[in-house]
Design a protein around this ligand. Structure first.
Ligand SMILES: [Cu+2]
Length: 471
C-alpha cells in the first residue's frame, strides 16, 4: 500500500509529485513528507510530471521515488527504517530499508538536475548515504567520519548536488556498512541523459535491479550480519525466485537491463536466447568500439552494468546468475552428497527431531523440488517455481524474460506461459534405440591402450615430520 502521509505522491505512484505551483509557501519551507511503498510488486514506470522529460525505468519488484520541484530543485526524501520485506510468497524477512522497502526506491533524475535529498535516520544507530559513482562535492559523498558526521538516530540531514553525468548508479550507507548493507539498505539511482546522447540509445523497455544477498536461517526472520561469504539467499531487489517478477517485453523491443551488485561476490548474469552488449559500466557509457556481443556478463562487487539487446525471439527465456548455488534458496551448506543412498525413511525420522534437517536426494537434488518433508515456518523453498512443464527447480537469482508478439507497448503485465508452436518443444524420442558403439580399448587415439592392464595404485601418505611415519 502507498500510504500518503505526504503532499507529494499520487495514487499508486502512477501520478507523481504535485507541481510546485500547487504547494503552499509554508509547505515548501518544510521538508517534503516521505512517500512510503510496502507492496513488493513491480510498479509501472513513473512518468516525470515536471522537469526535463525522459523515458523512465522499471524497477523489478520495486518503484521510483516521486519528488517535489522546489524553485527549480528536485527534492527527494529518503527515510532509513526497519522494514518487513516479503522475499517470496510465504517468506518474510525483517530488514532495514528506505521508505518502506528493501531495497529503497529507485531515484531517477536527469543530467544537469539540481538535487536536494533529505535523509531521515529512523535506525537505532548512525547512518549516512553514499551516492555510489556520482561526481559531487566531496562533502556530499556521504562517508561517515570522513566527509560528514554520521546522521544520529531521529535526525534528518540534507544532501545537495547536481547530477553531473548520465548513467546507472547506486546509493547505500557509509556508516557501519557491514551491518547496514547486510540488513538490506541500498537502492538504485538512474541519471538519464539531458539530450540525445551519441552513446546512449533510446530503448523501448528499461529494467533495473540490484543484486543482493542475505544469510537468514531457515525458520527465522532477521539476517545474520556477520556472514562474509556463506549467504543462503541470493536475491534481486530483496526477492528470490519464484518471487521475482518476469521481465515482460514485446517482440522486437529494444531492451536495456541495468544491474548493480551490492553483494560480497561476483555474479555472471546469463540471458537465454539472445545476445546482448554491455553499453554502460559504473564509469558511464562504453565507447561503441569497445563493445562486444555476449550472453553472460560478470557483474563484480560494487559494479554496475547495463546491457542491451533486441528481443526478437518469442518465448519464455531464463535469465539468471550462472553460479548454480545462486539459483537456490536457503539451505544448510554442510549437506553431504547422498546420490545413490536411499535415506528417505531415515530423513523423515530425523526431521521429527530436527525440523530444519535437510539431506540431498539420492538421485541428485531435483527431488527436493517436490519434497514432502515439512519446511520450518517462514522458509523459502530451496528450489522451486513451477512452469508449464513442471518444477523449474530454481530459486534465488532467477527470472524469466517473456518475449511476446502481442504484448502491447508499455504493457508490463504477465502474459502467462508461452504457447510453443506445434513441433517446437523437445520431446521424447519414440523411435528405436540402437546400442551405442563403445570403443573396446582403454582409450582413443590420443590415449593408446596400455600394454598390460594397470595395477591398482595404492598410495601411502607419510608426513615428513615426526618420529614415526604417519598413515
Ligand atoms: Cu550469483
Amino acid at each position: 500500500m502507498v500510504s500518503r502521509r505526504n503532499l507529494l505522491g499520487g495514487a499508486g505512484l502512477m501520478t507523481a509529485a504535485v507541481g510546485s505551483a500547487a504547494v503552499s509557501r509554508v509547505a515548501l519551507a518544510a521538508l517534503p513528507e516521505p512517500v512510503i511503498q510496502t507492496r513488493p510488486d513491480t510498479m509501472p514506470p513513473l512518468a516525470p510530471p515536471d522537469g526535463r522529460p525522459y523515458r523512465p525505468v522499471v524497477t523489478l519488484n520495486g518503484w521510483t521515488l516521486p519528488w517535489r520541484m522546489n524553485n527549480g530543485v528536485k527534492e527527494f526524501h529518503l527515510v532509513a527504517e526497519p522494514v518487513v520485506r516479503e522475499m517470496t510468497p510465504g517468506f518474510q524477512a525483517h530488514l532495514w530499508g528506505y521508505n518502506g522497502q528493501s531495497p529503497g526506491p529507485t531515484i531517477e533524475v536527469v543530467e544537469g538536475d539540481r538535487l536536494r535529498i533529505f535523509v531521515t535516520n529512523k535506525l537505532p544507530e548512525l547512518h549516512s548515504v553514499h551516492w555510489h559513482g556520482q561526481r559531487l562535492p566531496n562533502g556530499m559523498d556521504g562517508v561517515t567520519g570522513l566527509t560528514q558526521p554520521g546522521i544520529p538516530p531521529g535526525k534528518t540531514f540534507v544532501y545537495e548536488f547536481v547530477a553531473r553525468r548520465p548513467g546507472t548508479f547506486m546509493y547505500h550507507p557509509h556508516a557501519d556498512e557491514m551491518v547496514q548493507m547486510a540488513m538490506g539498505l541500498y537502492g538504485l539511482w538512474i541519471t538519464h541523459p539531458k539530450a540525445k546522447h551519441p552513446l546512449i540509445d533510446e530503448v523501448d523497455r528499461d529494467f533495473c535491479f540490484l543484486l543482493n544477498a542475505f544469510d537468514i536461517e531457515p525458520g527465522s526472520f532477521t539476517p545474520k550480519v556477520m556472514t562474509m561469504l556463506d549467504f543462503n539467499l541470493w536475491a534481486w531487489n530483496s526477492r528470490v525466485f519464484p518471487g521475482i517478477d518476469p521481465l515482460v517485453v514485446r517482440q522486437h523491443d529494444k531492451v536495456r537491463i541495468r544491474v548493480g551488485n551490492l553483494t560480497m561476490t561476483n555474479h555472471p548474469m546469463h540471458l537465454h536466447g539472445h545476445e546482448f552488449v554491455v553499453t554502460g559500466t559504473d564509469g558511464g557509457p562504453v565507447p561503441k568500439t569497445a563493445r562486444w556481443p555476449e550472453v553472460t556478463t560478470d557483474v563484480a562487487v560494487g559494479q554496475m552494468r547495463q546491457f542491451e539487446f533486441l528481443a526478437d525471439e518469442e518465448g519464455d527465456w531464463a535469465f539468471h546468475c550462472h553460479k548454480s548455488h545462486h539459483t537456490m534458496n536457503a539451505m544448510g551448506h554442510n549437506v553431504p552428497t547422498m546420490i545413490g543412498v536411499d535415506h528417505r525413511s531415515v530423513a523423515r525420522q530425523i526431521t521429527q527431531l530436527v525440523p530444519d534437517y535437510m539431506v540431498m536426494g539420492e538421485r541428485g537434488m531435483h527431488d527436493m523440488t517436490e519434497m514432502e518433508m515439512p519446511l520450518p515456518d517462514n522458509t523459502a523453498a530451496m528450489m522451486t517455481g513451477t512452469g508449464p512443464f513442471g518444477a523449474v527447480g530454481m530459486g534465488g537469482m532467477f527470472s524469466v524474460l517473456k518475449v511476446r508478439r502481442n504484448q502491447k507497448a508499455g504493457d508490463y503485465s504477465d502474459p502467462g506461459w508461452f504457447t510453443h508452436p506445434p513441433g517446437t518443444v523437445a520431446r521424447e524420442w519414440a523411435g528405436g534405440l540402437a546400442e551405442p558403439a563403445r570403443g573396446a580399448g582403454a582409450g582413443g587415439t590420443s590415449m593408446a591402450p596400455a600394454a598390460k592392464p594397470a595395477e591398482p595404485v595404492q598410495v601411502q601418505i607419510r608426513k615428513p615430520q615426526g618420529g614415526h611415519g604417519g598413515h
